[in-house]
Design a protein around this ligand. Sequence first.
Ligand SMILES: Cc1cc2nc3c(=O)[nH]c(=O)nc-3n(C[C@H](O)[C@H](O)[C@H](O)COP(=O)(O)OP(=O)(O)OC[C@H]3O[C@@H](n4cnc5c(N)ncnc54)[C@H](O)[C@@H]3O)c2cc1C
Length: 285
Amino acid sequence: MKPPPFDYRRCTSLEEALALLAQHGAEAKLLAGGQSLMPMLNFRLLRPALLVDIGRIGALDGITEDAAGLTIGALTRHRVLEGDARIATHFPMLAEAMAHVAHLAVRNRGTLGGSLSHADPAAELPMMTLLLNATLRLERQGGRREIPAAEFFLGSLTTALDPDEMLTAIHLPFLPSGAGWGFAETAPRAGDFATAAAACVLTRQGGAVTMARIAVMGVHETALRLHAAEEALLGQGPAAFANAARLAREAVEPSSDLRASADLRRHLVEVQVGRVLAAAWERAA
Ligand SMILES: Cc1cc2nc3c(=O)[nH]c(=O)nc-3n(C[C@H](O)[C@H](O)[C@H](O)COP(=O)(O)OP(=O)(O)OC[C@H]3O[C@@H](n4cnc5c(N)ncnc54)[C@H](O)[C@@H]3O)c2cc1C
């Protein structure tokens, strides 16, 4: 299929792009990697009057490190997140997750900001930003706000972005030293969107969990943090993992589709959460 007609502007600066958003509001759509937007246009699910191409705004691309964590520009490609040495050192679970996003051709084009703004409930990056307590920077002409990832994803393909706002960067705070992690994903074939996935980080002291974060995706309207399961782990050892996995299963509200029933997805959540907790426990120093 072919997209409906639209005007096109390629921007070379953030200011230019924000000015166009301020002028055109909901009539405009940002074009980053195009890997989700172009299919939406081709299927006529969107009919923007104007595409604002931000793909060449260099200021939005790249990773910087400070004492508190990593700041990652919205235009940073999936492939960069998969291979960057700082990500591998500080957030290896993110590199692992990126290897599950589509195929190399898509990862070469798709961007962090595009994936988060598209907010597919079965996408890896929303889940990872929830897991890693990311802060998202949203900018509009003459203004900027920073919100936690937990307040950004409002529903399937729905975020807290206003029509004149752009996601320009995220900040990932460093994890406590010695944190272990786990990641598990089930998909029909390698590179397909996930049927279900889970990830966790935890710290331990001796035989007890001192901090736990668990996130899942593909099994709810949005990616989701599982706070009840996390709290049930505090002060406990591996004997508590089965109960946490059961609480995880109870917290999600999956839907059925051609690929999997809601029951299968609940089952996957329980199995995956048990596995990622065991992996994180082993990795935790
Ligand atoms: C065959 C195929 C398989 C895929 N498989 C997976 C998968 O397994 N897992 C997965 O997570 N993803 C998958 N994707 C999606 C891919 O990761 C996309 O790249 C990503 O979802 C969107 O990123 P993009 O840069 O291409 O965004 P675009 O397609 O350019 O934009 C997507 C949406 O976000 C908006 N937008 C873009 N950037 C910004 C910004 N900075 N601020 C505000 N709004 C913005 C756009 O206006 C648009 O509405 C797949 C895509 C394809 C084509």
